[in-house]
Structure formats: C-alpha cells, structure tokens
Design a protein. Structure first.
Length: 584
C-alpha cells in the first residue's frame, strides 16, 4: 500500500513539474517573440517615426539624425533600447560570468596560437626562443565597469567599454636563453584596467546594420603582473625579468593598443579603409638633456636616448652614447610615421650605457602629437620621470630638449607625401626651403633614381651678446670677471667677447658673424666663463639650435644659464640665408 501511494504521489509530482516547466517555457517563448517583434518594429522605423516617438529636445547629445539614411536612427535607437547603460553592464557581466568557463576553453588555444608570433616579434636578444607551454584564462571573468557611445559623423557608431580584470590565469612561458638555459616562466597575479573601443562601421541597410566591427585597446590605464620561474627565482638571472616584462608590455602596446585595430568583417565588402594607415610624418630633433641622475658609482653616466612612437624594433631610434656626461648634447634628427595624431604620442627614454650589461633607465618622457600644430616647429623641454604610467614622480631625474615638427600628408602649403619616390628632403627642410623662396624642390621618379639631392641651408648667422643678469659670484670678493665663448658646434668655429671686470650684470653689446654651411643640423653653444689671472672658472652655458632663427629671420631671447645657480644671458640672433643644393 505504501509502495502504491508513493508511486501515485511520484507520478502526480512529476506531472506537476512537467506542467510548470511547459508553462515557463511557453512564457519565455512569448517574451522572446515579443522582443523579436519589438526589435523588428524598431528596424522598420523611419526618421519621422522616431521623431514622433522621441522629440528632438530629449535626444542624447550623441544622437544625430542626418539626411543620409534612416539607418542611423535605427541603430542608435537599438542602442538606446538595448544598452540602458547600468542595466546593460549588469546583464553583460552576469552572463559573461556564466559563460566564462566555455569562453576560457574556446579562447585559450586561439589566443595562444595568435599571441606566440606577436611575442616572437618582440623577443629580447638575450632569448633564443619563446613559446607557451601552458595558457588558460583562469576562472575569474573580466568585469565591464563603464560604457559610452561616441558620435562618428553619421557613418558609424563607436562604443567604448571600460574593463577591469584581476585574473588568475595559468600562463607558463617556455623560454631558452642564448646560453642554452631553458626556463619555465609563470605569469602570475595579473591586474588590468583599460578601455576597449568597438567601431561599428560602415552603416548599411541590412541587418545587423553595420558592415564590420573594429576593436582595439583604446587606453591601458593599468597593467600589473608578476613573473616567476617555476621552481626557482627569476631574479637570480640578470636581465631576464626586465627583458620579459618589457617584451610583454611592448607586445600589448603595439599589437592591439589604439590606433592599431583589428577589423572583423560582418557582411561581405571591402573594408580596407578601416585598417591602420600612415597619415603624416613627425620630424624630431633630439637636442640635449640636462641635470640627468647619475647612475654610476664611479664617474658619471654614459647617456643615450631611445625615441619612438610605436615600440617596434624597426621604428625605434637610438642616439649615440655621450660618455661621462650628465648634460649630453646629441643634436640628432629622426623621422617617424604617424598613424593617428589625435591619440599617439612620442616617447623618449634616456638610459645609462653599461657596456656588456643591461642599460639602466635614467628616466622617460612623452609628448602628445595632438599638442603639435601641423607645419609649425615646437621647441619643448620634457621632465624625465621613472615611468610613464606613474602619475606622481617628484624626484628630479633631469630634462630632455626636443624640436618637433608634424607634417600631415596632403597639407596644402607645399608639402609632398614623404613616402613618394619623388621626394628626398626631410619635412623640416621642406618648411625651411619653401619658406625662403616660395618654391618646392621635386624630382621625377627617374631623376630620383639617378641622383638624390639634399637641401643645404647655408647662410650667415649674426649673434649679438647683449648682456647677462644675476650671474653667480665666483671671486672671493663676491664678484666675477665674465666673458662669453661662442662656438658653432658642427664647424667648431669659435669667438669670444671681451672680459667685463667685477660685474655680475655685465653688458657687452658685441656682435659676431658665423658662416654656416648646414644650418638645419648645426647649433650654437654659448659658454660663460670667469676670467682669472691664473686660469678661468666655468659659470654656465646656453645651447641653441638654429631652427628658430632660420624660420623667423631675427629674434631676441633671454636664456637661463644651464649649470649655474642663477643668471641669464640676453642675446639677439639674425639669419641671412644663402640656400644652395649639393649632390649626395
């Protein structure tokens, strides 16, 4: 009897569960049908329908209905409907957490095979090989903490998602050094915060309303990780930790960070216009550095600089090393390809050359290309910091002096695309030459293959040493007997003012003329000395490139004395040009 009662009860409960399940499924099916009907209704909406539904005064600032097509309004309304920001983020994070085990399983092998070739491009010279022996994303899913929509002139929609990931992946790199030592290196304790950019472009008339999706890491706010040799300490091998850490950061920086973008076609079509393309050239003159931190226990640092926009080995420029000098003068010129002047920046890193050992970073700095006015030379002093990712660094590490000129392609003032074979001058040489005679030197491709011409900015530089102010006392009686030595660096031509006795505010008003053979690549060094019966004492110096005087013709300047506790030098420069051309 008990068995029968239990059987009947079980059947009834089972039937009840089936009924409840069927009703729930019918309800969910109804909701899905209603959602599909609503989305379909949005897809059929015209601009006039949307205006009736939502008056223009209630549009978000990024919603703009143009005459191009009803598609823009459809897609924007879809985002309005589906991406109610707070609820969308909650929905996204909730479902990402649920499906993360499957994402980890599906994506780990794909990421491993696609990332290995990228790391190989950045492999340090001290390593002979680098592979993944294990790669899984772990059990912790990333969290999206913010979302925004950016207007794209009606031709596309850009979405930016802020993501945070404190992951526990299992990543082991199998590396082999040039000495034949094999090491399993584990990447642990990853912490990442950044902003991913998604570009839906171009807008089209068929579902899903866009032809392709571009994705990129728009901003890397924070990236932390730790390296550990499995079964050992990686710090026992000099240089390995820094080399691998730098490799990982450079690979992320250049393989996926904006303006680099990956294009995923959704509908058939040509989307080559969405790919990364050069938009201009940046001319950089690395002039000098001053007051660098000394990294050597004996003597002074031997500084050199590495300059780049993107950390690709073939795009990074290295200056010569200046031995035993904390105030080096480089006076070197570099050119860089620019792909997005609105977001890219120029990076300068100054190192102490340690010979056969790894160089030690003295400091680094960067300047945003968006701060440069196209076609105009900008003279900048940049303060060196420990890391570009550290917001506060009060330690004095020195400064670096640059002259910058950004030249967009197709600029309507005599510029020609430097990539074309009929062009041989640097962008700065073009500015100077076109500014002086209003013409532009071009060659046919045939002429360029036969003979390459290099413009030489030749002329007479007139330098007037007017006066000095507030010089530091050198003599025992609290005075100085100052004079100025003028040196044209490239030709090593020298001149000297008279000595003004017992004065910390001397007046000279002396003019000197220099014949300059290559004004673009030369510089003027002004050194202030104290005259003494038994010798001389160095007070300080000023270093000037000739770029400004060549462009402006004449100017006055009050220059602080580098290396002195106080003081400035008042000078006037005048340029009388004689441009010629020389075959090279």
């Amino acid at each position: 009897m008990g068995f029968v009662f239990g059987l009947v009860l079980g059947i009834l409960v089972g039937l009840a569960i089936i009924v409840v399940f069927v009703r729930l499924e019918n309800h969910r099916s109804k909701l899905r049908s209603e959602l599909a009907t609503t989305v379909a209704a949005f897809a059929r909406m015209t601009v006039e329908d949307s205006r009736k539904l939502l008056p223009s005064e209630y549009y978000p600032s990024w919603v703009v209905f143009s005459h191009r097509q009803k598609l823009s309004s459809q897609l924007y309304l879809f985002f309005l409907y589906f991406l109610s920001l707070s609820s969308a983020l909650m929905w996204l994070n909730l479902h990402l957490q649920k499906i993360w085990p499957y994402v980890n399983e599906a994506a780990s092998e794909l990421i491993k095979t696609s990332v290995e070739p990228i790391l190989e491009q950045y492999r340090p010279m001290i390593l002979s090989s680098l592979k993944f022996s294990k790669f899984t994303l772990g059990t912790v899913a990333p969290q999206f903490t913010g979302v925004s929509i950016i207007e794209d002139e009606g031709d596309g929609v850009t979405m930016e998602l802020e993501m945070q990931w404190d992951g526990n992946p299992s990543i082991i790199l199998a590396i082999k050094t040039l000495l034949g030592v094999s090491l399993p290196v584990q990447v642990k304790d990853i912490g990442f915060t950044g902003v991913f950019r998604l570009i839906f472009k171009p807008l089209v008339d068929e579902f899903p309303c866009f032809g392709a999706v571009c994705y990129s890491l728009r901003e890397k706010k924070n990236l932390e990780f730790r390296l550990k040799v499995v079964g050992g300490d990686i710090s026992t091998i000099p240089g390995i930790y820094d080399a691998i850490e730098g490799m990982i950061r450079d690979a992320i920086e250049d393989s996926i960070t904006w303006p680099v973008r990956k294009v995923v076609p959704i509908l058939p079509g040509d989307y080559s216009d969405l790919e990364l393309k050069p938009v201009g050239m940046l001319e950089v003159k690395l002039v000098q550095a001053k007051d660098l931190t000394n990294k050597d226990l004996i003597g002074k640092s031997d500084p050199y600089a590495v300059v780049y926009i993107r950390p690709l080995q073939d795009r990074m420029k290295k200056s010569k090393t200046i031995n035993n000098d904390l105030n080096p003068i480089w006076n070197e010129h570099f050119e860089f390809i620019v792909e997005d002047a609105s977001t890219q920046h120029l990076v300068v890193k100054v190192y102490d050359d340690e010979g056969v050992q790894s160089s030690e970073l003295i400091g680094c700095a960067h300047v945003r290309l968006s701060e440069l006015q196209p076609g105009k030379v900008k003279d900048v002093w940049l303060k060196l910091v420990k890391s570009l990712e550290v917001q506060r660094d009060n330690k004095n590490r020195g400064q670096v002096h640059l002259e910058l000129l950004y030249c967009p392609f197709g600029m309507e003032n005599g510029f020609v695309n430097p990539f074309t074979p009929n062009f041989s001058m640097t962008s700065l040489e073009k500015v100077l030459k076109s500014g002086m005679n209003g013409t532009e030197a071009t060659e046919t491709p045939k002429e360029a293959t036969q003979k390459r011409k290099e413009v030489i900015i030749r002329g007479v530089l007139s330098v007037t040493i007017i006066s000095a102010e507030d010089l530091p006392p050198v003599d025992l009686i609290g005075k100085a007997d100052p004079y100025v030595v003028l040196t044209l660096k490239k030709s090593e031509t020298k001149n000297k003012t008279r000595v003004v006795n017992d004065s910390l505010n001397p007046i000279w008003n002396q003019t000197f003329d220099f014949v300059v053979e290559d004004g673009l690549h030369d510089m003027l060094i002004l050194e202030v000395w104290d005259h003494d019966t038994f010798g001389k004492d160095y007070i300080g110096r000023c270093i000037m490139t000739l770029t400004r005087v060549i462009l402006e013709g004449e100017y006055k300047e009050s220059l602080p004395l580098d290396g002195a506790k106080s003081g400035k030098l008042n000078v006037q420069l005048k340029w009388m040009p004689q441009p010629i051309y020389r075959d090279s």
